[in-house]
Design a binder for this molecule. Sequence first.
Ligand code: ZN
Length: 277
Amino acid sequence: MPDISDISRLSINLATVRERYKITEALDAVARHGIPAVAPWRDQIAQIGLKATRQHIHKLGLKVSGVCRGGMFPARDKAGFAANLADNARALEEAIELEADCLVLVVGGMPEGSRDLQGARQQVQDGIAWLVEKAKPSGTRIAIEPLHPMYCADRSVVNTMAQALDICDAVGGTVGVACDVYHVWWDPNLREQIARAGASRLHAFHICDWLRNTKDLLLDRGMMGDGVIDIRQIRTWVEAEGYVKFHEVEIFSKDDWWKRDIDDVLATCIQRHRDCC
Ligand code: ZN
């Protein structure tokens, strides 16, 4: 069995160091620690522009495990939906330019003032079908990231792996899932849904931990090993399907990890990835 906790599998989602560091500082630090891959957010790319981001990543020899993010499809009216599609086309261009393993989708919640959950879910499926068609010439993988149900109103009406895979089944093409342990660890059907996805539809694997005493549902994610998730178990299920891509550390932590020095954060990511994942 290969050493799957090797640093060669590690990627840093740049949200993990977003508060104190510009994208160039973050990329330099990741490379300095010998970590082979990153996942930038679009607002971070915008700090220096797409071309400069691409050049900096190439110069450092980093790979891109994903671009965050596309999605946010549901809108109140047709014009709003069309605008959301246009934004997704731009996100796709960024993923193509950076040769990312995938474009991650946070699909969007309920439009302001709406109680039409089924309608929102239909818009999500229609939007993904449109985007997957758009991604065909480049072959770019589109990764639906199901979000924990607590985000259903404002961020994602897709809340389980099963629901995401139902959309994948309906749409086909290069669409698959981003399996983020923070969102799916509680799901009693997780193992069977990972198997249902299979290697061809497991596009990304995101790691962090769920703190028993979570203080903020968005911005208090834990470092691997500090919470309740059996990350190694989930990783084993994912790898058993033949997943060979990156383990991407994604930690939103406004009162803890975001306040720390980047070298401290990255050294801890390397150590915890080795010991707890
Ligand atoms: Zn994630």
